[in-house]
Design a protein around this ligand. Structure first.
Ligand code: 4NP
Length: 164
């Protein structure tokens, strides 16, 4: 993947722990950016610090591997106010993430960068990508498929120049 300063667009995926939903969204978008040879840097972070430095949840790694989307190399980090300067687009997974990110926003321009991931599929609904942490493998697979569909839409938007 390109370094952030080499890319023409930088997209950050954010959830609570950065071990389930946002690393899967990150892995999916990275793979699709590579497949489509797009000049985009992709990263992910969590609003909480519980899992900083950890690999993604084993169940999410296993689900990604099943669908040809490796995420085992990713490591959790916490979202910081500097991310507003480093990324043009910040996707949150649910309303709680949205509130936590916006609490750190310094101005309206920061806030305007924060979008709901599932709005790409279900516009203007602020639908959550459900947290699978306390769920079953079936819940992890559902999250994968939802994020797969959402990131397809993100790729379309990038190709259509909707982020510039
Ligand atoms: P994520 O899921 O936000 O999708 O990474 C969670 C991971 C860990 C916890 C909660 C949600 N936790 O409470 O430790």
């Amino acid at each position: 993947m390109l370094r952030p300063e080499e890319a023409s667009l930088r997209i950050l995926m954010v959830c609570l722990g950065n071990i389930c939903r946002s690393p899967m969204a990150d892995g999916l978008l990275r793979r699709k950016v590579m497949e489509n040879k797009l000049s985009v840097y992709v990263d992910s972070a969590g609003t909480a610090n519980y899992h900083v430095g950890e690999a993604p949840d084993k169940r999410m790694i296993q689900t990604g591997a099943k669908f040809n989307t490796p995420i085992h190399d990713l490591r959790a980090r916490q979202f910081t106010v500097r991310d507003f300067d480093q990324f043009e687009v910040i996707y949150c997974m649910d309303a709680s993430n949205y509130a936590n990110i916006c609490r750190l926003a310094r101005n309206e321009a920061d806030k305007a960068k924060v979008l709901f991931m599932a709005n790409e599929l279900y516009p203007s609904t602020n639908t959550a990508v459900p947290d699978p942490y306390y769920g079953s493998m079936h819940d992890f697979e559902e999250v994968y498929h939802l994020l797969d569909a959402c990131t397809d839409k993100v790729i379309e938007k990038i190709k259509d120049g909707k982020f510039r």
